[in-house]
Design a protein around this ligand. Structure first.
Ligand SMILES: C[S@@+](CC[C@H](N)C(=O)[O-])C[C@H]1O[C@@H](n2cnc3c(N)ncnc32)[C@H](O)[C@@H]1O
Length: 352
C-alpha cells in the first residue's frame, strides 16, 4: 500500500557540498538516517518524520546546499530491460491517488549509464497514466511533480508540489541554451541567480560588476539595457571593449571602491578571492547601492572549514546589506550565490 506520508526522500547537491546538504536535512529532522548515495550528487535518506515535516522545516529555514528534494512514495525493482517500463506503469497506479487536479509533469532522472530506454520514454509512458486522472500535463510550469529516479536496480517514485522540491527542474538541474555570443560559462550562474532569487535586472541606470573579466556577467546585465561599470585588472572580451555602454575600470576593487561617487541600480560580484575578503568589499560597494537596488555575489568556499568561512562571510554581508537568499546553485562550483538588498530600503522614510 502507498504510504501517503512517506519518510523516504532523495536529495541532490554538488558533490563538494553534499555532506553539508545531508547535515541540513539532519539538522532539520534530527534522527534522520542516511541510506547512501545513489549517485555522487544524489542522496537517499529515511526521515525522522514525514515529507511534510521536512518541507515545513525547509520553508522556515531554507537550505543552502540541498539543491532539490523529492519524496519516494514507492520503490520498484528494475532489471534494466524494456519490461521495466511496463512495471513502472503498473506499479505507479498506486500513486495516482496522490495527484490533485492541478497541472503536473513527470520528471525522470536515470542515474548511471547503459539504460535501454531514456528519460523521455519514461516521462511519456507515465504522463499518459497520470493524465487519466484528469490533471493536465505542463512540463514548463507544473504545480505538481511526479519524480522518478531510476537507480540501477530500483526506481523511486513520488508525488509532491513543485514548490516543495526547492527547484522546478528535475534534480534542480537548471540548464540554459548556449548563446552564440556567450563570453563565459559564468553567465549561466548569473542567469540562474536572477531566476532563483526573482530579481529584475535594470533596463536603465548603472550596474557595477566587480571581478568582471572576461565579461560574461557584464554582457548579461548589458542585455537588459543598463550601462555597466566593469571593474577588473584583466582584459574584457573585445565585443565589450567596443561597447559604449561598458566602462572598463582596469583596477582592483579595493582600489576602485573608495573613489566611487555614483549610485548603482544593481551590483554583481564574481571576484575570485577569499569569501570573507569579497564580503568586506561588497559591504563597501553596498554604500553605493540604490535604496531599491539589489546585489548578487558568489562566495568562493574552501574545502576545509567550509561552513565556518561561509558563516563569517554572511555575518560581514549582513552588516551592510539585507541578505535575501543564499543557495549553492546548479551552475555554482566550489561557491554559493548570495542575493542582497540595500539596507536603506528597510529604514523608515524619516531615516529613524
Ligand atoms: C570568475 S572570474 C569572473 C568571471 C565573470 N563574472 C564573467 O562572467 O566573465 C573572476 C575575476 O575576478 C577578478 N578579480 C580577482 N580579484 C579581484 C580584485 N581584487 N578586484 C577586481 N577583480 C578581481 C579576476 O581578475 C577574474 O577576472
Amino acid at each position: 500500500m502507498t504510504d501517503l506520508v512517506t519518510h523516504e526522500v532523495l536529495f541532490t547537491a554538488h558533490t563538494d557540498g553534499r555532506d553539508l546538504a545531508l547535515s541540513e536535512i539532519e539538522v532539520a529532522l534530527p534522527g534522520t538516517v542516511h541510506r547512501g548515495w545513489l549517485a555522487p550528487d544524489v542522496g537517499w535518506v529515511t526521515l525522522a518524520g514525514g515529507w511534510p515535516d521536512l518541507v515545513t522545516r525547509f520553508t522556515q529555514r531554507p537550505p543552502i546546499f540541498c539543491r532539490h528534494i523529492c519524496p519516494a512514495h514507492v520503490r520498484i525493482p528494475l532489471v534494466q530491460a524494456d519490461g521495466d517500463l511496463d512495471a513502472l506503469v503498473c506499479e505507479s497506479g498506486s500513486l495516482a491517488g496522490l495527484l490533485g487536479p492541478e497541472p503536473f509533469s513527470v520528471q525522470t532522472r536515470l542515474l548511471g549509464s547503459g539504460w535501454p530506454y531514456g528519460p523521455f520514454d519514461v516521462n511519456t509512458r507515465l504522463a499518459e497514466v497520470f493524465a487519466r486522472r484528469g490533471a493536465p500535463v505542463d512540463v514548463r510550469h507544473p504545480v505538481q511533480v511526479v519524480s522518478v529516479v531510476l537507480a540501477p536496480d530500483e526506481a523511486f517514485l513520488g508525488v509532491s508540489r513543485a514548490i516543495d522540491n526547492l527547484s522546478d527542474w528535475a534534480g534542480g538541474a537548471r540548464r540554459f541554451r548556449r548563446d552564440p555570443d556567450q563570453i563565459s560559462r559564468a553567465e549561466f550562474k548569473l542567469l540562474e541567480a536572477l531566476e532563483v532569487f526573482a530579481l529584475d535586472p535594470p533596463a536603465e541606470g548603472l550596474v557595477l560588476d566587480l571581478g568582471a573579466a572576461p565579461g560574461g556577467w557584464t554582457r548579461v546585465m548589458r542585455s537588459f539595457g543598463a550601462a555597466v561599470v566593469a571593474v577588473d585588472p584583466a582584459d574584457l572580451a573585445p565585443a565589450l571593449a567596443r561597447d559604449p555602454g561598458v566602462r572598463h575600470v582596469r583596477a582592483l576593487a579595493q582600489d576602485y571602491l573608495p573613489t566611487e561617487q555614483q549610485r548603482f541600480s544593481a551590483i554583481v560580484n564574481d571576484m575570485r578571492m577569499d569569501a570573507r575578503d569579497s564580503a568586506r568589499l561588497m559591504g563597501m560597494a553596498a554604500q553605493s547601492l540604490d535604496p531599491v537596488g539589489w546585489a548578487v555575489m558568489t562566495l568562493k568556499l574552501p574545502k576545509e572549514r567550509t561552513a565556518q568561512v561561509l558563516s563569517a562571510a554572511l555575518t560581514l554581508l549582513r552588516r551592510h546589506t539585507v541578505v535575501t537568499g543564499v543557495r549553492q546553485l546548479f551552475h555554482n562550483r566550489s561557491e554559493v550565490t548570495v542575493a542582497m538588498r540595500s539596507r536603506s530600503a528597510c529604514r523608515p522614510a524619516n531615516g529613524g
